[in-house]
Design a protein around this ligand. Structure first.
Ligand SMILES: *Cc1c(COP(=O)(O)O)cnc(C)c1O
Length: 425
């Protein structure tokens, strides 16, 4: 199973990822001719003979060199399972990564990756705001292992970040640059190429600084950080990749070498996704491009509608950036589309925001994002409530802000719902 990747080209032409999501990496002959990949709900795998078992273990434990094109044999589902391997192969296609590792959650992917590459005494430089769980992990968990975080605001210039590195005196301990772009919930962009240049500048012979990008908001269809110099791409696959609000999962992608390091820690933490989650995600990947395209189209209608509405003070939407804004330059360089995440400030404060949220009928009042149904939430008191108020304000999060994740409904119905909820304010 694991040696079969399937055809990626026809007449020498590379097929697009969406054309390969139904078949790539799966060989029906190995599964009774089943057109669809079955769920390999098994904890362990039978070896043909003892020699094969020995050979699989030698490779898994690094006791011998890998033969050309040889892949890890199936041993035990904490190490590998066909549903995860095929899923990982398919996930590499969008970001054109060499390898992928799938996890039990986005947080499992993020925490395992940071643990793998950071050692006591080293520093992770990160953009702000970050996803709440990541922020907590960097601020409260990593310091217990002697690893410290230094944050810079999304939108900071290269000069400002260099100054921060130097005033903090972290030139020689910096090991990882971790960014989220677009930032949640403000849609502020961080220049990936600039971060990769900073990493090069401060790396030394025995300390290579890695750049990791949480690409949950635009990826893997609308932004490909590896092409802009990132070393690792991370996802909460709970969001667009899963896309139906029915699973929790995470992904880390990068070079074969880096991902094999990430997978070795995953094996010992035991936080890989199970076969059922793997299978569900393969099902989701077949419609990823369709869903994201439809969501992005709907989002444009919603953003334009909000921008014109008298009860709306400000809209945070990548599609409204204009020439001359440094954020627009970053957008043009690294984003393929504005995506389907919109925030806006309603005129008034928490009272008006809550009135609006409580009046919605089609939009669901829930956190999370990227799913087929449209969602609305209040960052200041929900997803970002553990950030102190003065920090929130610095990040542009106020009590009048509402975050929307746009789904695949008919856009006219979404506008109707927003209009009646704004009328109620
Ligand atoms: C949801 C989310 C995470 C965490 O992912 P889980 O799957 O919930 O563990 C990380 N980063 C971003 C940007 C997210 O939206």
């Amino acid at each position: 199973m694991s040696n079969y990747k399937g055809q990626k080209t026809i007449k020498g032409k590379r097929l697009k990822p969406e054309s390969l999501m139904m078949s790539y990496g799966y060989k029906p002959e190995l599964s009774e001719g089943a057109l669809k990949c079955p769920i390999f709900q098994t904890s362990t795998f039978v070896f043909k003979n003892a020699e094969e078992g020995k050979s699989f273990f030698e490779l898994a434990y690094g006791l011998r060199e890998r033969q050309p094109r040889e892949e890890l044999g199936l041993i035990y589902s904490r190490l590998n399972n066909p549903d995860l391997e095929i899923l990982e192969d398919r996930l590499t296609l969008w970001d054109e990564a060499e390898a992928a590792a799938v996890f039990e959650s986005g947080m499992a992917a993020i925490s395992t990756t940071l643990f793998q590459f950071l050692n006591p005494g080293e520093v992770v430089l990160h953009s702000e705001p970050l996803y709440g769980g990541t922020e907590y992990f960097i601020k409260n968990v990593l310091p217990r292992f002697g690893i410290h975080g230094v944050g810079f605001p999304a939108g900071a210039t290269r000069k400002e970040i260099e100054q921060l590195i130097e005033t903090q005196g972290i030139q020689d301990s910096l090991k990882f640059i971790y960014i989220e772009t677009p930032a949640n919930p403000t849609n502020a962009l961080v220049d990936i190429r600039m971060c990769s240049e900073l990493a090069k500048k401060y790396s030394s012979q025995d300390r290579q600084i890695l750049v990791g990008v949480d690409n949950t908001f635009l990826g893997p269809v609308w932004q490909h950080p590896l092409k802009h110099g990132a070393d690792l791409v991370l996802y909460s696959a709970t969001k667009y990749i899963g896309g139906h609000s029915d699973l929790i999962a995470g992904v880390c992608l990068g070079s074969k070498e880096l991902i094999s390091e990430v997978k070795s820690l995953r094996t010992f933490l035991g936080n890989m996704a199970g076969p059922w989650t793997g299978w569900l995600m393969m099902r989701s990947l077949e419609t990823l491009k369709l869903r994201m395209t439809s969501q992005t189209k709907n989002a444009r209608y919603v953003a334009d509608f909000l921008a014109e509405h008298p009860k709306v003070e400000k809209v945070y939407y990548l599609g409204h950036l204009t020439e001359g804004d440094p954020q627009f330059e970053i957008y043009r360089k690294q984003c393929l589309s504005p995506g389907a995440m919109i925030s806006f400030d309603i005129r008034g404060g928490e009272k008006q925001a809550f009135r609006f949220l409580n009046s919605l009928k089609l939009f669901k009042l829930a956190v999370s994002l990227g799913s087929t149904e449209s969602l609305a939430e209040h960052p200041a008191t929900m997803t970002h409530s553990d950030i102190p108020p003065e920090e929130q304000v610095k990040m542009g999060i106020t009590e009048k802000m509402i975050r929307l994740s746009i789904g695949v409904e008919h856009f006219e119905d979404l506008l109707l719902d927003l209009e009646q909820a704004l009328d109620a304010v």
